[in-house]
Design a protein around this ligand. Structure first.
Ligand code: NAD
Length: 339
């Protein structure tokens, strides 16, 4: 059993912790938090050991009995999944290093922190045995999931993508905009470069804007194929060979992220999470060019990637497809057609 700790228990941390607890080859040692909040109360009520990442005073009067400090948790772990806010993970690295504990960081940290960015379909093998890795961000994960199959199976000359970013997660009230569309003035946006950390040498350029929504990100992607001959069926086949992509059709009433998330809630998964990337089949393939829309449930798509990264780094499974299948079965993600 791989002993796993989760440092930071917010949007991503609470989901990763629950997913770890579902794996038959992993044991959740506990979670670390700076202080008490409603999320920690739920964790404690589920019997998850809570460790203090800072001064234990943050838990004073809460009635939650602490299992120890962050350092105590790290000592008991084979690997820690650091889900602290952007920039905090980098500060924690030396603590993990000193304890000889493996660690996974999230997309808010720079690639340079670990020099190994991870996406299960892209580069599982390169993470086998690694001490540190970073699971790429929700947007990068979304782009990599649909681009990689096209690159591997059909061949890509270039990709251009426009990213419509959600302003905040549903539980956040401090981010915005709430009544504006905010272009990312860095052109091209950093997302393309981040995709190249998991799909090297890809000719990709991205731009982005933030809009007042909390449900999902939306991408408009244009792929130029390297050769003639790739039609709609070939595209659907390439995507159909991989898990973690789910097709939707406007004809069935899925015309926005609202219906995608309604569908996800109807699936009955915890928190109504959609781990897969939602792709509309209302796409265009013409003259070597494919254009499509996809939506990313930013709170959830990186969760299975974290689970696969744990398995790869701890060396318990060297076959990417086997790890992906195991993770996906545990989370209720559909299996590949041929399985
Ligand atoms: P969050 O703010 O929801 O959660 C962070 C958690 O860490 C909170 O529980 C907070 O109390 C805790 N925390 C703060 N400082 C801490 C410290 N010093 N030690 C321990 N815990 C601390 O953040 P999030 O959205 O879950 O993001 C976490 C990471 O995941 C970031 O790198 C982010 O960029 C990345 N990410 C976020 C999303 C998303 O859409 N929310 C998607 C993919 C990746």
């Amino acid at each position: 059993m791989i002993k796993v700790g989760v440092n930071g228990y917010g949007t991503i941390g609470k989901r990763v912790a629950d997913a770890v607890a579902l794996q038959d080859d992993m044991k959740l040692v506990g979670i670390a938090k700076m202080g008490m909040d409603y999320k920690t109360r739920i964790a404690a009520s589920k019997g998850i050991p809570v460790f203090s990442a800072g001064d234990a005073k943050g838990f004073g009067g809460s009635g939650v009995s602490l299992a120890g400090t962050l350092e105590d948790m790290v000592k008991q772990c084979d690997i820690v999944v650091d889900c602290t806010p952007e920039g905090v993970g980098a500060q924690n690295k030396s603590l993990y290093e000193k304890a000889g504990c493996r660690a996974i960081f999230q997309g808010g940290e720079p690639h340079s922190l670990t020099s190994l960015s991870f996406n299960a379909y892209s580069n599982y093998a390169s993470a086998i045995g690694a001490k540190f890795a970073r699971v790429v961000s929700c947007n990068t994960t979304g782009l990599a999931r649909t681009i990689l199959p096209l690159q591997k199976d059909l061949g890509i000359a270039s990709v251009r993508a426009f990213i419509v970013r959600r302003a905040a997660d549903p539980s956040e009230t401090r981010s915005g905009p709430i009544n504006a569309i905010e272009p990312e003035r860095e052109v091209p946006s950093h997302h393309g470069e981040d995709v190249r950390t998991v799909i090297p040498d890809l000719d990709i350029e991205t731009a982005a804007a933030k809009v007042p929504t909390t449900l999902m990100h939306m991408h408009y992607v244009t792929v130029r194929f390297a050769e003639e001959g790739s039609d709609r069926d070939a595209v659907l086949e390439a995507w159909g060979r991989r898990n973690r992509i789910i097709m939707f059709s406007g004809k069935e009433g899925v015309t926005s992220t609202a219906q995608v998330m309604d569908y996800a809630r109807d699936l009955g998964r915890p928190r109504g999470d959609l781990y897969e990337i939602a792709v509309w089949d209302d796409m265009k393939v013409e003259e070597m060019e494919l254009s499509y829309f996809q939506a990313v449930h930013q709170e959830a798509d990186v969760v299975p990637e974290n689970i696969d990264a744990i398995r790869a780094m701890c060396g318990v499974e060297t076959d990417a497809d086997k790890s992906i299948a195991k993770t996906d079965k545990s989370l209720g993600i559909r299996a590949k057609k041929e399985d």
